[in-house]
Design a protein around this ligand. Structure first.
Ligand SMILES: [Cu+2]
Length: 146
């Protein structure tokens, strides 16, 4: 027992200096940017960080649309708080399926925008599905650090 505690401590001190951060994104019926929205809609994070999606109102969930190469796709459950670990560098573009036509979308940038071209190409295909407030997509993409 003593040995494993010592080992745990040794390993935790050996970890990189930067601590992983959890970024909270609220799923809202109404936010600063209008109805059916993620807040904040654009998150800048580091590899190893997590994002926790919090359903402040009901009838929302989150599904990835574009993820960096090698990263797994996301899909949370309706009305449930959900955490995803960002294990690859690049941009993650996601939306809330029931409110896609109302542009309930969001972005996470992890480190460099290494897959920006792929994200922009897929964003073009998404645009016709954004019936209301489609300009959110351009606005959020403009917030990416190139
Ligand atoms: Cu929603």
């Amino acid at each position: 027992m003593k040995f494993s505690l010592a080992l745990t401590l040794a390993l935790s001190f050996a970890a990189p200096a930067a601590m992983a951060v959890d970024h909270e994104v609220k799923m809202l019926n109404y936010g600063k940017d209008g109805g059916m929205v993620f807040e904040p809609p654009v998150v800048k994070a580091a590899v190893g960080d997590t994002v926790t999606f919090v359903p402040e109102n009901s009838s929302h969930y989150v599904q990835s649309y574009v993820v960096p190469e090698g990263a797994g796709a996301w899909k949370s459950k309706l009305d449930e708080k959900w955490t995803v670990t960002l294990d690859k560098e690049g941009i993650y573009l996601y939306y809330c399926p029931p409110h896609l036509m109302m542009s309930m979308i969001g972005l996470v940038q992890v480190g460099k925008a290494s897959n920006l071209e792929a994200v922009e190409a897929k964003a073009k295909k998404l645009k016709p599905k954004l019936v209301m407030k489609g300009d959110r997509l351009d606005k959020y993409l403009a917030d990416i650090d190139k």
